[in-house]
Every structure is written in C-alpha cells, then in structure tokens.
Design a protein around this ligand. Structure first.
Ligand SMILES: [Zn+2]
Length: 203
C-alpha cells in the first residue's frame, strides 16, 4: 500500500470488511490492493481476480481511448484537488439490472494524497425485464459504416448514424446486455461536462 506508516493493516482490514468491491490505486496509477468482495463479484461475472490485477495499471482494464482519457483525468483531478468524486453507472448481468455508485476518494498521506480509494456500492438490483423493454432495437439507425454502434462511455447514449452535429440517444436495449458490436467514445455533452473546463484551462 502506498501509505508511509503502520496504518496499512488497519486500512486493509477496514476495506476487507466492505461488502462491495473496493480497491486502491497508487499515485502512479497501479492497482495496489483489492478486497475480498472484489473476488466474489469477479467470480460471478467472470472478471479477473484481485491477485491478477494487483500490480497492473488501472487504466489497462478500461476499454476505449476516450474512456481511458476520462479515467486518467479523474485520477489526476482527485489527487490534485484532494477531493473525492462520486459517479453512478449500471453494470448489468444478462438477468439482473444493477446500478452502482462508485466513490473515488483521495487516500491521505503525510504530505497530501498518496493514491485513490475506489469504493463501489450497489444501489439498485432488479430483474432485467423490470427496467428494460427487451425488444430488438433499430440497429440500422445506430450502426456506423464501420459496422460498430458508437456508445458514449459517460452517459451510455448511442450515436445516430449520419448526423452532424452528432445526435445521441439513449436506447436501453444496448445497455441491457453485453454486446461485441459496440465501440466506445464520448459525446459532446459528456466531454464538456466531465472535463471541458479542465481542457480549456490546460490551454
Ligand atoms: Zn455522453
């Protein structure tokens, strides 16, 4: 753990007791700790176990260049401002609709934050059919010339093919089940809301 004193074990025990996946990313962006709940959820979702991700780069587990950029900016921002952020996203299984809240907190060290504690909490769990119409979506409307459907990683809306300026709409079916024909980007709104001011001030 990136802390400098003997509080490591206390912190570890506290995080182990959390009921949902919790992990720590150090200042260099490496995952340095995952709790037991991580492994429990990973096993049920066929994801990588804690021992397999510990020591790897956090950003390497994110798909899509713009999402990676968003996540990198989040890490920089939380460390720089020494202020946490909360973001919500659904993470479904084929049978269950699950909404998670994720809290990104700076981990305090003697001279400022030494990393990021990422704490997830499931805030809604329902049968998939209770939240989504499970009718086939109008894929022609959304399929790009590349064959992929372009989805915003921020708001999960999809791009309507051939529109300029780009039109984005939310189609529940595309987030109800994992698909292999989705590519990820970021819409103009999310780009502006999530890091527009930062990009401008960086000049
Ligand atoms: Zn968006």
């Amino acid at each position: 753990l990136p802390t400098v004193d003997n509080d490591d074990r206390v912190l570890e025990k506290t995080l182990e007791a959390e009921p949902w996946p919790t992990y720590i990313v150090d200042r260099t962006g490496r995952i340095v700790f995952t709790n037991a709940a991580w492994d429990r959820v990973a096993a049920s979702a066929n994801g990588p176990l804690g021992k397999d991700v510990t020591g790897t780069r956090w950003l390497d587990h994110t798909k899509g260049d713009e999402l990676v950029a968003w996540q990198r900016a989040l890490l920089d921002r939380v460390l720089e401002r020494n202020k946490g952020e909360i973001h919500c996203a659904d993470c479904n299984t084929p049978q269950r609709y699950r909404l998670f809240s994720t809290r990104y907190s700076p981990l305090a060290g003697r001279e400022g934050p030494v990393g990021l504690v990422v704490l997830t909490s499931m805030i809604e769990d329902a049968p998939i059919e209770a939240r989504y119409r499970l009718a086939p979506p109008d894929e022609q409307r959304h399929r790009q010339p590349t064959g992929f459907i372009l989805q915003c990683g921020g708001c999960r809306r999809v791009h309507v093919t051939g529109t300029a300026p780009r039109v984005w709409e939310f189609v529940p079916e595309y987030v109800a089940q994992p698909r292999t024909d989705i590519s990820h980007g970021i819409c103009e709104l999310c780009r502006e809301v999530l890091y527009g001011i930062r990009l401008r001030s960086a000049g």
